[in-house]
Ligand binder design. Structure first.
Ligand code: HEM
Length: 160
């Protein structure tokens, strides 16, 4: 019998450094967004809480505390923030480039495994944001659960 205890695998939230790290990351990112020629017009109407809400959303997806979904919104509401915004692929690419650069500036872990999971999630989420921004109606249930992201693989092919 193998009696070696199994190593406890940290969540992406823990590995990233906890809530302060997520908040510092999005605070700086959305400051930079305001100075970016491509993104500033897209986010001209964002609220003062926007950066914190995005931090809390991603932290929860990465298995941090359920702050966004209990105090600030829901997955359904997050999707609805993007409806009718008609986001372009160029804007999405700029968003990805700047948020990943900010991850380096702020010192999020840069090991291959963490960055693979981070990029995978941001690519997935940002592409859905663009799709939803063009859609007139989203079929998602009001009480749909938050996405959950780990170290591993996606759930299979995209189902429109
Ligand atoms: C993983 C990817 C993404 C996540 C998790 C995310 C999350 C969110 C959240 C939580 C909100 C609501 C913020 C609030 O309550 O104030 C929001 C709003 C918004 N997001 Fe995203 N977003 C993503 C990708 C994108 C991308 C790629 C773009 C554009 C290039 C975008 C543009 C916007 C805009 C324009 C709003 C509304 C701002 C306003 O209130 O005027 N998002 N997003």
């Amino acid at each position: 019998m193998n009696t070696t205890p199994k190593a406890v695998v940290p969540t992406l939230y823990e590995w990233a450094g906890g809530m302060e790290k997520f908040e510092a990351w999005t605070d700086l990112f959305y400051q930079r967004v305001k100075e970016d020629a491509v993104l500033a017009p897209v986010f001209a109407g964002m609220s003062a809480d926007h950066a914190r809400h995005v931090a809390h959303f991603i932290a929860e997806v990465f298995h941090g505390p359920a702050k966004y979904s209990t105090e600030e919104g829901s997955h359904y509401e997050m999707i609805h923030h993007h409806l009718g915004k008609h986001l372009t692929e160029g804007q999405r690419q700029r968003w990805i480039g700047l948020i990943l650069d900010t991850a380096d500036v702020i010192g999020l872990p840069d090991d291959p495994e963490f960055r693979s999971a981070l990029v995978g999630y941001l690519e997935w989420g940002s592409r859905l944001a663009v799709i939803n921004s063009k859609a007139g109606v989203v079929s998602e249930q009001v009480d749909a659960t938050m996405p959950s992201w780990g170290w591993g693989e996606t759930g299979g092919p995209y189902i429109p």
